[in-house]
Design a protein around this ligand. Sequence first.
Ligand SMILES: N=CN[C@@H](CCC(=O)O)C(=O)O
Ligand SMILES: [Zn+2]
Length: 387
Amino acid sequence: MTAQLLTGIGELTTNDDELGRLHDAALVLDDGVIAWVGPAAAAPVADTRTDLGGRAVLPGWVDTHTHPVFAGERSAEFEARMAGARYAAGGIASTVAATRAATPAQLGANAARLRREAERQGTTFVEAKTGYGLDVASERASALAAAEVADVVTFLGAHLVPPGIDRRDYLDLVTGPMLAAVAPFAQYVDVFCEEGAFDVEESREVLLAGRRAGLGLRVHGNQLGHSGGVRLAVDLAAASVDHCNHLDAADIAALADSSTVATFLPACDLSTREPFGPARELLDAGGRIAIATNCNPGTSYTTSMAFCVATAVLQMHLTVEEAVFAATRGAARSVGRDDLGVVRVGAPADLQALEAPSVVHLAYRPGVPLTAAVWRAGALVAGGRFP
Ligand SMILES: N=CN[C@@H](CCC(=O)O)C(=O)O
Ligand SMILES: [Zn+2]
């Protein structure tokens, strides 16, 4: 494979403790990985040479919470919320109906469209959930569509008890035949532990069944209230608990004392008018955090990790460095990938360059499309036309 030298990097965010943030830096990408990193003045010769003209480079975004397998959209529900209606779990059912009516090709095309949209904005790794099929055939089809577009697939049959089925029967289905049909295509199981969806004991049952099937655990917890999902996730040493809008001091202490990553979803919080989760307090207490888009048609119809990072800085009081870390390496840790979201020799060459001299511009110039180039496993997949 061709070794590519990227030089003229004005600022290089490595997320590596030893390398830190470099200026006037260069990288060599070879065979899909980072083969060299250091000062531009000391860069080795490679097969190709691209001068980034002082632009900032950082790891590609690692989006570890998305629901891209769906049909239809819910802008009317969103409009009603902006006029004062409250978000409730039940809205999921309308997307379930549209998803069941769609063909596998339609579901796949929509998920691929979203993946491509995310990639153009710097996202190089995506987790994708099922959860809008909610019967065995539709959940299996959703998992197949997710596996086509995502790097990690999560089974979310326990998103809602769909209309027309007894609650106990549905739990038996999710933990039995549905899990068996989906587990071969998934790495994680998830549950929406919230009023109107699943309570703590039901959620525990779903998660333990998933664990027995060999899946890692993720939880939607404490989004709309003190659902108990966060404590359940910590009790079961889940990889991630997501939303975390409503945390009390004991929740923060429990998370800080655990290996569970708290994944904050700021775009969702804006779209549902929930209070932002206490990411600042959790970081200060020593907890692990991630930031993700939660791309879905109900509560967060965005693929923009940059928007989430800017919001985390402007509204949740993270520093730019903390927010960028949470949206890259911090998130990667929630899917067991310590090699992602970091720039160091041997790491996958998943990178983005900004139309800016520093990552600070992500929050300083909110809403401006700053992605200048995106590389995935060393291949340029978006942008890259440098003057
Ligand atoms: N909260 C649960 N699930 C999704 C929303 C699903 C929907 O409303 O369609 C979320 O993460 O926000
Ligand atoms: Zn979600």
